[in-house]
Write a protein that binds this ligand. Structure first.
Ligand code: HEM
Length: 299
């Protein structure tokens, strides 16, 4: 577009909004040049690490969690488009491939947690974090709700819900089990605080996306391509097996590598709960034929 017609287009834009274009041109004339630090908010980002102890590695722990939450946000950003927009299959595949890239980045960087902190320091500073736990990551739960039907997230995977309200179903979610005190039905502080802050928001999201989750979108496609099916399977495998597995290995490293079998800050029966072989979470169960489920378990 030539300069003159560009200016005319901009004038048209503001005139059609009932605005005076001259005022906008004046604003542009006086505005400061954009800087990297303002645009990326580097200073804000760097002000967000607030360790609770004097152990140096606590800051690594905080930053790596923050990096993960940003990746979760990227995943959610793609999922919202996948769910709410009517996209052609090629774009759907591109977006699922992005989900794969983000998840791979998280899997490949998890060693920063496993080897990037001093074992003894971690085991000292973590006690000051109780009852906080990654278990309370709302974005982790939001990703699940966008990806799959609520019945795939129940602790009893064979159950097909009928006539139960979303509140009732929420009590049966697989992760609620991890929030009960050992050997009792009493909820832990970790779970109670999480529910107080996020339960209502999560229930409304679950209600809103009913019938529209990524899994249901896939089911509705009359003839999904092999490429899309493979991409979704791969994402499912990475998100629900590989990531939980590197996370479990890290928990093993800090909590059990010296045979000390320590309790986690969230107080769950973590060895069983975090293990993808026992947890067997799946976003797209219809894509996993009997054979591949067995392979998944052997992995
Ligand atoms: C030294 C590093 C870590 C250890 C030892 C660890 C340990 C644990 C344990 C034991 C649990 C079970 C709940 C509990 O009892 O607290 C848990 C849950 C969880 N953690 Fe971590 N974690 C670590 C790092 C991370 C990081 C970096 C993230 C990224 C956000 C994260 C996200 C989660 C999530 C999402 C859950 C819930 C998992 C689920 O419901 O399947 N964790 N973690």
């Amino acid at each position: 577009m030539e300069n003159k017609s560009l200016i005319a287009e901009i004038e048209n834009k503001y005139e059609s909004l009932g605005e005076n274009p001259e005022t906008y041109f004046k604003g542009l004339f006086h505005s400061k040049p954009l800087s990297y630090w303002d645009y990326i908010e580097v200073e804000t980002l760097n002000s967000l690490q607030k360790p609770r102890t004097t152990f140096k590695d606590e800051e690594i722990f905080i930053m790596y969690h923050q990096v993960t939450e940003l990746y979760f946000k990227m995943i959610i950003h793609e999922l919202k488009q996948l769910i709410y927009e009517d996209l052609p299959e090629k774009t759907i595949i591109n977006k699922v491939n992005r989900l794969i890239k983000y998840t791979e980045a998280l899997i490949n960087s998890f060693d920063i947690m496993k080897y990037g902190m001093d074992y003894d320091d971690y085991n000292l500073f973590r006690s000051s974090l109780t009852p906080a736990s990654g278990f309370q990551s709302a974005q982790f739960r939001i990703i699940e709700l966008y990806c799959t039907r609520i019945e795939n997230l129940l602790s009893d995977k064979t159950k097909s819900p009928s006539g139960e309200s979303m509140e009732e179903l929420f009590d049966q979610l697989y992760w609620k089990q991890a929030g009960l005190k050992k050997g009792s039905q009493e909820k832990s502080q970790t779970l109670l605080l999480f529910e107080e802050k996020y339960q209502d928001e999560l229930i409304s999201l679950a209600e809103k996306v009913q019938g529209m989750t990524l899994e249901e979108k896939l089911i509705r496609l009359s003839n999904p391509s092999e490429e899309l099916i493979r991409a979704l399977q791969h994402f499912d495998f990475l998100y629900n097996f590989k990531w939980p597995n590197v996370h479990l290995e890290t928990a093993e490293h800090y909590l059990n590598s010296r045979g000390e079998n320590q309790a986690a800050t969230g107080g769950s029966e973590w060895k069983k709960y975090l293990n993808p072989r026992t947890q067997q979470r799946r976003f797209f169960p219809s894509l996993w034929l009997e054979q591949s489920i067995e392979d998944w378990q052997k992995e």
